[in-house]
Design a protein around this ligand. Structure first.
Ligand SMILES: [Zn+2]
Length: 501
């Protein structure tokens, strides 16, 4: 009996080490595919950089991604959920289905000559990648190609999908994509974003947000001759602003609310019949963000009542906080440690230090060790991909592709997204992403644990859409600005076709 058990144990050990070796072989095949295609991966990111398209206007980017993904054998659909620039790609069939989630939009006035530490727009006033979302396309496509190679070689069942959601910078598309059912049937997801270090995280990773414009309609009159005949829409805007400041004292600490007055009258001697104030309301969780938003709506109603005006509301965007799945985070972390940081050259380190010195930052150079798991605090910012994380067990991966201390949403962040620093970050990012997707595809145990964790995480908070039921995709968002600059920007397009092998 004892002997029998021993044999069984030895057999089990043998089997498990075989399967471990197999897992390592698959990863190795994926890593080789990424390395072999490093130049193509860089070309994807660099091509997207020069398109530099604002949210909802990612037409060239979507076309390029569709062609590139079809070129590596993926089925690609654009136009999902009513978004012309939505890109959804898949390879394989059946379960499990793992989705890579990301975005490729740029920001206004971010145009910059890559590599120039001095301010030097490529096209003055034009949009640019001053966060580096172009690198996301490179990592997603590179990893997807590598995963497909491993799935083919080892005849792995399942589906790998990539979702490029439009207009992340204005928190637009994911609540719509979720509502349209695009993530139904997904078993797990991984959200990717560049950073200045290599890491993942779990729990609540950022804030919920609701963005809404409040427009007041009044009646115009002469400011001196008959002001009593007017109803001042800008008074309503001011009263709403003051009213919310009174409310702040009675809101839970750590809330965030900020506003800008977008329509504030014409000239002092005309009583304005139109006024508008645009608010962002944020909180550490979605239900309390909604609670604060509902209070804000009441403040607006009060302002309309006081001034005899009427109010209408346009919810521009909304986002749940990202909920990072701990089980998937642990798997990602292991892969980060397996792949390691890029081997930065002395020239890259020197460039980073010079750049930091020019901006008056600490000259710490580039990050050389991955972030430890569990060290990532909840950020106050928001990302609409948060909505995905409350519907599908989701891991997040931050890959090292920018210079520490250089803030996003400033032109400075557009200096490096096609540099060798970004290219190296794309390669390690694609490796870790590919390895993590492969694990989710091939380990039913890991997937089951991730799903258990997910059920536990959401047991007290069930997802609801922060969007009003009649909300529609804002198709005209950024259209005018993009159309104005695109002809000049077109001159810089790379016009090259990536070819993976
Ligand atoms: Zn971003």
């Amino acid at each position: 009996m004892k002997l029998f058990l021993k044999v069984l144990w030895a057999l089990g050990f043998l089997l498990s080490s075989v399967s471990h070796a197999q897992v390592d072989e698959r990863k190795k095949l994926a890593f080789d595919a990424v390395e072999r295609n490093a130049a193509q991966i860089a070309l994807v990111g660099d091509s997207l950089y020069y398109f530099a398209e604002l949210g909802m206007q990612e037409f060239e980017s979507a076309k390029f991604l569709k062609e590139t993904l079809e070129g590596i054998g993926f089925r690609v659909e654009t136009g999902g959920a009513g978004f012309p620039t939505n890109v959804w790609a898949e390879w394989g069939s059946g379960k499990p289905k793992i989705v890579i989630v990301t975005e490729v939009d740029a920001l206004p006035e971010g145009s910059q000559t890559p590599g120039s530490i001095a301010r030097k727009p490529l096209v003055p006033g034009a949009p640019g990648h001053m966060e580096g979302h172009n690198t996301h396309g490179a990592v997603a496509v590179g990893a997807a190609y590598a995963v497909k190679q491993a799935m083919q070689r080892y005849r792995l069942p399942g589906t790998v999908a990539i979702s490029f959601g439009p207009a992340e910078e204005q928190l637009v598309s994911r609540p719509f994509l979720v509502r349209a059912g695009l993530f139904k049937g997904a078993d797990a997801a991984i959200i990717i974003h560049l950073g200045d270090n290599f890491g993942t995280g779990f729990g609540l990773l950022n804030y919920a947000a609701i963005s809404a414009k409040f427009t007041f309609h009044g009646k115009t009159a002469h400011g001196a001759v008959n002001p009593w005949d007017g109803r001042d829409a800008v008074d309503a805007v001011e009263l709403m602003d003051i009213g919310f400041d009174k409310l702040r004292e009675h809101l839970r600490p750590s809330q965030r609310a900020h506003r800008t007055i977008t329509i504030g009258g014409i000239q002092p001697n005309i009583i304005p019949d139109l006024g508008q104030i645009w608010w962002f309301v944020r909180y550490a969780n979605a239900p309390w963000a909604k609670e604060n938003y509902d209070k804000l709506v009441n403040v607006g109603r009060g302002a309309a009542l006081m001034t005899g005006t009427t109010m209408d509301i346009e919810v521009v965007a909304s986002a749940w906080p990202q909920l990072g799945n701990r089980v998937i985070a642990e798997a990602i972390q292991k892969n980060i440690e397996l792949v390691g940081m890029p081997q930065w050259s002395e020239a890259e380190q020197k460039f980073a230090r010079d750049f930091q010195a020019a901006l008056g930052l600490k000259t710490v150079g580039l990050t050389t060790t991955p972030a430890e798991l569990g060290t990532r605090p909840q950020a106050f910012s928001s990302n609409d991909s948060g909505d995905v994380t409350w519907n599908v067990p989701t891991g997040v991966l931050r890959f090292p592709a920018s210079v520490p201390g250089v803030n996003y949403h400033n032109w400075q962040a557009a200096v490096t997204p096609i540099s060798s620093i970004a290219h190296q970050g794309e390669v390690v990012g694609a490796k870790v992403l590919a390895a993590s997707v492969l694990e989710l595809l091939t380990s039913p145990e890991l997937l089951a644990k991730a799903k258990d964790q997910f059920r536990q995480d959401i047991k007290d908070t069930s997802y609801f859409s922060l969007l009003p039921s009649d909300a529609k995709p804002p198709l005209d968002l950024n259209r005018e600005m993009m159309e104005r600059f695109r002809p000049e920007m077109r001159k810089y397009y790379l016009n090259k076709k990536p070819s993976f092998n």
